[in-house]
Design a protein. Structure first.
Length: 123
């Protein structure tokens, strides 16, 4: 009646990518779409981040994300670009879920990539 067609498996239909690369692309896309705009709280949106990066004021998000993942390996949950009044500096705050289910908050100086702080957010 109807010819049966063989379905492609996931590995046949998609090129192989490392899990880190897949998460990075997924999260970077999500950040562009959902970056909060809250200027009163000192947070910046994706367009602000792009302008600051092009002006040389901050490092690219991908470079800082790679640094955060080196410091605290795991899955990125959230990233925020903020102006820290106390430090008088732009910072990226990353929330990363580690292999043990612990959420870490990693703060990097957005201009230099220097680690400013890391602490557990949820045990």
């Amino acid at each position: 009646m109807f010819p049966i067609k063989r379905l492609q498996t996931r590995s046949e239909s998609y090129p192989m990518r490392s899990p880190l690369r897949q998460y990075r692309h997924l999260m970077l896309g999500a950040l562009v779409l959902t970056f909060p705009l809250n200027a009163a709280a000192g947070e910046y949106d994706a367009e602000d981040a792009r302008r600051l990066r092009e002006a040389g004021e901050i490092l690219p998000l991908g470079q800082l994300l790679g640094r955060a993942e080196t410091i605290r390996p795991g899955r990125l949950i959230e990233a925020e670009l903020e102006y820290d009044e106390g430090r008088k500096a732009m910072i990226y705050e990353f929330e990363i879920l580690d292999a043990h289910g612990v959420v870490w908050e990693v703060k990097l100086d957005a201009r230099t990539g220097t680690l400013l702080e890391q602490e557990t957010e949820y045990p």
